[in-house]
Design a protein around this ligand. Structure first.
Ligand SMILES: [Cu+2]
Length: 293
């Protein structure tokens, strides 16, 4: 695949960025499975910035609604997008890809990724035409004016995160360009091959942001914030959102900051009971994600 912005891609493939993205996602999903003593020890070792202000899943892995985690999801990825856009501008590369709407099931530019063949519709139903169409419909219901008028942006963020967002990572996900598949390991990836620029699988929070379509997925998600604001005719206040250890610089969030201590983040990741939590997976049915069930 032609890479429209090699410098951006190279930056995204650095272990510090990979680990920070994985840790951000994994923390909000696993934090509540740690005991209070483990949480306290974690904060002592790694600092309060890398402790989630709130969790997206509870101790049993159930989704938590309306606690602000949906806003964290929107905001953290908005910051990633802003930074990615400024990097491509700075290096005079093509801007990150954008999707104004979700790709149709037969869009020749953005087909479901079905290679190698074990990535099939049985393992990932969203790779099928019908299931994808159902999800597109589900998103349209969630994001209709009627739904937006009675649903907080926070709740919409959560329904997107564990619905259409995870579905997009699966539908368009494949092994990385280097054809490597990281298993649902409990331990962080330390082998060099996972830091190769070719490891850009959309399935994995360690690599998804290295793939150029990551920006397309998240530009579509980001546009839903603006849509919500314009339908409600109000502006979202982003006070108290959580972007993890990237927030060290109070006035301009240090997204992709390379001064983060990579070894420390690696240790922090190793403390967490990772399992599936480094990987995107839908936790909602299309009906649940649409907010009507
Ligand atoms: Cu992410």
């Amino acid at each position: 695949m032609h890479d429209p912005h090699p410098t951006l891609t190279q930056m995204m493939a650095k272990p510090s960025v990979r680990l920070s993205h994985l840790l951000w996602h994994a923390l909000r999903e696993t934090w509540q499975t740690l005991s209070h003593i483990e949480q306290r020890d974690y904060i002592t070792r790694f600092g309060a910035d890398w402790a989630p202000k709130r969790s997206s899943l509870d101790q049993s892995g159930n989704i938590i609604y309306r606690n602000g985690a949906g806003l964290d999801f929107f905001y953290m990825h908005r910051m990633m997008l802003h930074k990615a856009r400024s990097i491509t501008k700075q290096y005079r590369e093509s801007p990150p890809l954008e999707w104004g709407s979700l790709p149709a099931h037969d869009d020749p530019m953005f087909p479901a990724s079905i290679s190698p063949p074990m990535l099939n519709e049985i393992v990932y139903p969203s790779k099928s035409e019908n299931v994808w169409n159902t999800w597109v419909q589900s998103a349209a219901t969630l994001l209709s004016s009627q739904s937006i008028m009675c649903t907080s942006l926070d709740e919409i963020g959560t329904r997107i995160e564990y619905g259409i967002h995870a579905i997009m990572h699966e539908r368009f996900g494949s092994r990385g360009a280097n054809n490597e598949k990281r298993s649902h390991a409990r331990k962080p990836p330390t082998e060099e091959k996972w830091n190769d620029i070719g490891y850009n699988s959309l399935f994995d929070t360690y690599s998804a942001h290295v793939h150029p379509w990551f920006w397309a997925i998240h530009s579509w998600i980001d546009a839903q914030i603006t849509a919500w604001e314009s339908i409600r005719n109000i502006q979202v206040s982003w006070s108290d959102v959580w972007i993890g250890g990237w927030s060290n610089h109070a006035h301009s969030p240090g997204i992709f900051d390379e001064s983060v201590d990579t070894d420390k983040i690696l240790e922090a990741v190793a403390v967490l009971p990772l399992d599936q939590c480094g990987f995107y997976r839908p936790l909602l049915s299309p009906e649940e994600a649409s907010g009507i069930s």
